[in-house]
Write a protein that binds this ligand. Sequence first.
Ligand SMILES: [Fe+2]
Length: 411
Amino acid sequence: MSRNSREWEALPQVPADHYVSSDIYVEQEVFDLEIDRIFRRQWKFACHESELPEKGDYRTVNHAEWPLLIHRGMDGVVRAFLNVCSHRSSLIATAPRGNAKVLTCFFHLWGFDSTGACTEITKPDGYNQCSAISKDKMGLREVKCSVSLGMVFVNMDDEAEEFDTYVGNALEQLIEPMGTEPLEVFHLHRVQVNGNWKQWQETNMELYHERGHVVNRTTSIMAKKYHEREWSVHPNGHGWLAPFKVEYTNYKGWDQRDALTLPGLTPGEFRVVDLFPNTTVIVRGSVIRIDTTIPVAPGITILEQRGLGIEGESAEDRRTRQKHHNQFWGPLGRNLSEDVIFVDAVAQANKRRAGLWGIFARHENMMSQDDEIMRAYYRVWSAMMGRPASNPLGRDVVATMPTMLMEGPVK
Ligand SMILES: [Fe+2]
């Protein structure tokens, strides 16, 4: 039976942590709080080490609406700074990437070394009359930075816990495939998605939606043991899934990925690690994908996807690996473009609150399509925000929760 407007607007018939309000995706107030309470406090993937192969290489990134500069210093150490000159607060580097022994601001040519120390104030005598401006006081603002399995993470909060504590054992499944041989990014795909940043993270956590992917239905959902692998959830909101073997040959015309299997994996092995708040590493036998997002506005997100292979491999091997990558994930791959369409479809319905709720109420003993990974994520999100994901703006709502569901936790 269809529902009238009052019935449609009533709360979902599930416990409060089993759904989210569409306000979390569309409201500017929520978005602004996320920047302050999540992105300026949590560790965030910035780039892969291979993007800074030489001393002096840098990459500029936008994080939490602040410009950052990731630099491999002349001592080989990767550091992060606010990409802001100490003098007039101009951007220092304006290109996406480059190489600089000395970080020189192009505005008045102040210079900074690899450690962020100010090494050059042009025509310094002019500051002598009425100020105490000197090189030793005008260093760059350094940002906490940690490199783990080749991945560079940053944190804007000087008081934040160390990255290893934050991530706990979430990266264990990646130690062999990412930590045995040097890897390099061979594919960087940056695209604007017309949806909220959390929606992209959801596409990597919520596996119930694999039913919507034409190729996943046959290669994964129909494969043996698909429903038998278990999710693990970390108290900080990270989650990872027990490995399993994907049957690529179930999709007509595709080869099984027996070649070029990465260290520590069996051929065709699939692993996924989701890091709170917005990074995912996916392993598909021979290739690795790292996803991260840059929130621009509640309904606008820049998605960055990196494909990784083994550094220095032959051109033929690289071609095969790229083929594996692009079949599934490239801009015209069978999987990725469908996720963009899913995100867009939900964003269109949520935009003016035609859609009010997202329901995450599946219980399957923590197996593949259990929604506990989503509930755990939104519990952490709600705690950090100081507001429940089910009603972040404190709206008056029509509660119709049946008594039986309010009495205790659902098993
Ligand atoms: Fe998907």
